[in-house]
Design a binder for this molecule. Structure first.
Ligand SMILES: [Ca+2]
Ligand SMILES: [Ca+2]
Length: 401
């Protein structure tokens, strides 16, 4: 006679059988806990196995999904961008803290660098050379997106410290600049000078790449006439540049609380200032209001290094009505035990700054409450002081800060 067990498995118990040991129902051995549980479920065993396999697959898919989502989030964070309008009304694009993916070099070596159109005009009476950067075409793509963010640096070898910079044109290989720059240069000097126009690719968080340059010895140019022409860019590196180092810091401004926070993060490739081939750098953070020194703070000294890591934050109170008139001056110094400390280089950010510095300042103002980090190249001290209109040797009376 067949009796149906609760598990749905039919067992046969021979009626009247006295020999219990040969009974097919081995009830003397108690089933394990899991076995008991399985027996309680009113489904056939194959169905249970199928369900278990399906559940395992679902779990595996779920895990794969979680891992994939995590990776995507990281990528998205890197690519996160904000379209801003800077204070001049020109549209700039900035990503915060994380580097632009487009700014990662694509690393392809291509012979063609592109061409540059410019014009020259020398005013013999005023002893002024007017250089107009017109446009560029077929520029080499420096970013992984197949584009570049070009701008042009213009200088004369007679005074390589006096440099002009055009605006950055984002994501284009044929930018139209139409910007003119005036160099005060005497007749005697002009024939010995070489005009250098370097086309760079802007990168927010890494070094700007040089796309190519045009070098033009002015002795070969007939300055009696206005000249306009296209020239192919050649590989850069002919003109030696003074390298003072680079510095990375973040800026954050909260208009409602009037707090300007400057975090000095790190510096690299600093100029060697000491006989041992190293320097002892520290950073001064200074605010200038209406060309007068206003507030000043400095980091600790990092001994014997050319790539110091600071990560030191400074908070200044700057009311919103004054932020347009303030210059933020960042200077890197070398500490010396016996002699006076030397300045390695400096730069300033404000509404009257240019190029990279103006961009960082505008991005800060366009993104209240957000810290925005960026690398900057240090500039020669004398040039910056001249631009700021500050006296280098004589200290102005300091207003109490
Ligand atoms: Ca770029
Ligand atoms: Ca030193």
């Amino acid at each position: 006679m067949a009796s149906k067990a609760s598990s749905g498995i039919t067992v046969v118990a021979p009626r009247g059988s006295s020999n219990l040991t040969t009974s097919p129902v081995l009830t003397t051995v108690p089933p394990s806990f899991i076995e008991g549980l399985i027996n309680k479920i009113p489904l056939p065993r194959w169905a249970l196995i199928a369900i278990a396999v399906a559940a395992g697959l679902v779990l595996l898919l779920f895990l794969i999904c979680i891992i994939k989502c995590c990776c995507c989030k990281k990528k998205r964070k890197k690519k996160e961008k904000l379209n801003l309008t800077n204070i001049n009304g020109a549209s700039t694009t900035a990503s915060l803290v994380q580097p632009d993916l487009e700014d990662i070099e694509c690393g392809l070596e291509d012979e063609k660098r592109g061409r540059l159109q410019y014009s020259l005009e020398y005013d013999f009476r005023g002893q002024e050379l007017k250089v107009s950067v017109k446009q560029a075409a077929d520029l080499k793509a420096m970013d992984s997106g197949g584009t570049s963010d070009p701008y042009v640096i213009v200088f004369l070898t007679s005074d390589i410290r006096k440099k002009y910079e055009t605006k950055v044109h984002r994501k284009t290989l044929s930018p139209v600049f139409n910007e003119s720059f005036i160099f005060q240069v005497s007749r005697a000097e002009v024939t010995e000078a070489i005009l250098v126009m370097q086309v760079y690719d802007f990168n927010r968080f890494s070094k700007h790449d040089i796309i190519g340059e045009v070098t033009l010895p002015l002795v070969d140019v007939d300055l009696q006439h206005v000249m306009e022409q296209w020239l192919d860019l050649s590989p850069a590196g002919k003109i030696e540049q003074e390298h003072l180092g680079e510095i990375c810091f973040s800026l954050r401004y909260v208009p409602t609380t009037s707090k300007l926070t400057v975090v000095i993060l790190e510096a690299k490739k600093l100029k060697v200032m000491d006989a041992d081939g190293l320097s002892d750098p520290y950073v001064k953070v200074q605010l200038i209001l209406n060309k007068k020194k206003w507030k000043k703070k400095k980091t600790t000294v990092k001994k014997n290094t050319l790539s110091p890591y600071f990560n030191e934050a400074f908070v200044f109170e700057v009311p919103f009505n004054l932020i347009q008139n303030v210059d933020l001056v960042i200077s890197v110094w070398d500490h010396d035990k016996v002699t006076k400390d030397d300045q390695i280089g400096k730069l300033f950010l404000s509404c009257r700054a240019t190029g990279n510095q103006l961009r960082h300042w505008s991005d800060m103002l366009a993104n209240p409450r957000r810290p925005i980090a960026q690398w900057h190249s240090l500039q020669p001290v004398e040039v910056m002081d001249k631009t700021l209109g500050l006296k280098t040797r004589f200290k102005l009376p300091l207003p109490t800060s």
